[in-house]
Design a protein around this ligand. Structure first.
Ligand SMILES: [Zn+2]
Length: 247
């Protein structure tokens, strides 16, 4: 994965301001992976998005990945420091065609598009129902038998046991969709598994880098009269050298 250029960092930061985090992640991947059809990025499994976003952030911001998570027991903010490259090496990218066959039915892995749709669910149980219904593959699509009716059948309610089984299979087939960090609070001793949100980390780092670039443009444009595009096109070393010269 190639790092984002200075101009791409600013373009992404600008375009992502008013977007949902899922859309921001897809915008970033559309920029970084022009060989992928933009419409199809949203249909890739969630963990595929996370693995590629992690690769992009590692390439752009370096391997050291620092963040913090609030202790669920006392609220203290606990910092963590990770090796982003080691994390990436341990995460398999899921197979987009992976299928879960249980109880005579089949499901595919949830995608970014599915995640975006179930945000509107009124409660978590309904969100799970919607998700499993979207991911359930109609029999007509799962078999080779030609059929006139290729629409999905009526909505089926899964039993709690079956839902648990499907979720366990989904997690096993796409571990990158839900990355957990073992944390321990140094204030109260509470231990928990914190969710590592790659998109949030990436967006925070992108914001920091964008502000640095905007400040560099502001100062260099004022001192030399250069245009924004010219300043962003400078190598980081040259930009830093000129910034040093104007003090
Ligand atoms: Zn605590």
């Amino acid at each position: 994965m190639r790092p984002l250029s200075a101009a791409q960092v600013l373009a992404l930061w600008d375009a992502g301001q008013t977007r949902h985090p899922i859309d921001r992640a897809l915008l970033a991947l559309a920029l970084a992976m022009p060989e992928e059809a933009p419409d199809e990025l949203a249909d890739r499994p969630v963990g595929w998005r996370e693995v590629n976003l992690l690769a992009l952030r590692n390439a752009t911001f370096g391997s050291a990945l620092d963040g913090y998570a609030p202790c669920p027991s006392c609220g203290a903010l606990m910092e963590f420091g990770l090796d982003g490259k080691a994390l990436l090496d341990g995460l398999p990218a899921p197979d987009s065609n992976a299928r879960i066959a249980l109880d005579g039915q089949q499901w595919r892995l949830p995608s970014s598009r599915d995640q975006a749709v179930i945000i509107a669910a009124p409660d978590p149980e309904t969100a799970v129902d919607w998700l499993l219904d979207r991911c359930r593959i109609a029999e007509s699509d799962a078999s080779d038998t030609p059929t006139v009716n290729r629409k999905k059948g009526p909505k089926m309610k899964c039993s709690p046991a079956l839902i648990g089984d499907i979720e366990a299979h989904m997690a096993a087939l796409d571990p990158a969709a839900d990355i957990r960090l073992g944390m321990r609070c140094t204030d109260c001793g509470h231990a928990w598994d914190a969710v590592l949100d790659i998109g949030n980390c990436f967006w925070d780092e992108l914001g920091t880098r964008a502000r640095q670039l905007l400040e560099a443009v502001h100062r260099l444009a004022g001192a030399y009269g250069w245009r924004e595009a010219e300043i962003l096109a400078l190598s980081p070393a040259r930009r830093a050298a000129y910034l040093n010269m104007i003090g």
